[in-house]
Design a protein around this ligand. Sequence first.
Ligand SMILES: Nc1nc2c(c(=O)[nH]1)N(C=O)[C@@H](CNc1ccc(C(=O)N[C@@H](CCC(=O)O)C(=O)O)cc1)CN2
Ligand SMILES: Nc1ncnc2c1ncn2[C@@H]1O[C@H](COP(=O)(O)OP(=O)(O)OP(=O)(O)O)[C@@H](O)[C@H]1O
Length: 234
Amino acid sequence: MADDDTPGSFASPACFLHEVDPAYSGLPGPLDLQAWTDVNRWRKAERERLIAARLEVPAETRAGWTEAIAAGVLAEIGDVEGRIVSAYWPFRGEPDLRPFMEEIARRGGRTALPVVVEKGRPLAFHLWQAGEALARGVWNIPIPAEQRPCMPDVVIAPVVGFDPTCYRLGYGGGFFDRTLASLPARPRVIGVGYSAARVPTIYPQMHDIPMDLIVTEAGAVRPQADVSTVRALT
Ligand SMILES: Nc1nc2c(c(=O)[nH]1)N(C=O)[C@@H](CNc1ccc(C(=O)N[C@@H](CCC(=O)O)C(=O)O)cc1)CN2
Ligand SMILES: Nc1ncnc2c1ncn2[C@@H]1O[C@H](COP(=O)(O)OP(=O)(O)OP(=O)(O)O)[C@@H](O)[C@H]1O
């Protein structure tokens, strides 16, 4: 076959993905890839900074903030009779909401803990209340010993960082984003953290799902209306 007979491209390429807008395919394109690498690097450094900063705050100070956070969340969720609220087993200086879980049970609600089933997979939620047995899960995170899967009405997600549009920075496993994307019905999702965890933006990506609100010791943060929306309304 002569050289000039060689087609420049195939009439029917095996894969059209290179012609599709990267945003449509859900995959990062070449330009996005660089941006995503930069965002990941920034997120990693920011996580370390924010976790170190909160661990430097004396435990008693954090405990005081936590009481305010628990009261704020209780006020937000209102009547919990017959509802399931998922919280978490605290680590790395997160607000300790275990007393809050007891309060939910006193008010007639049920409580649950998130369970890492496997890295890269959505979380499961299992019923658990104070006094019940725990087992060691992935990364040694305590999980309910007895498996009682449930679908929470309210999910409390601890934040490492958050921004004014209620996007959450976590520990980098992508667990809450994956979980919220996979649930058949979206629960109410409340981020909790200290106000010092606020950053101007977490550089939200396609996979990031914002919280419905974030409760800190200084009050609740709701997603601010986009500036263009405000302009359109005025
Ligand atoms: N208290 C609490 N429980 C929780 C969460 C949480 O944020 N807080 N989670 C919310 O999602 C899930 C656990 N998420 C986690 C995500 C990453 C790591 C972690 O240690 N990551 C390693 C890196 C691991 C890797 O790269 O493979 C690290 O940070 O060093 C731990 C927990 C479920 N339980
Ligand atoms: N719905 C999803 N499907 C596939 N991958 C996802 C999804 N959500 C997140 N990820 C991936 O998970 C990784 C970590 O995401 P991200 O930086 O948002 O974690 P995080 O929210 O801080 O972590 P966590 O929720 O575990 O505390 C990213 O590589 C991201 O692409």
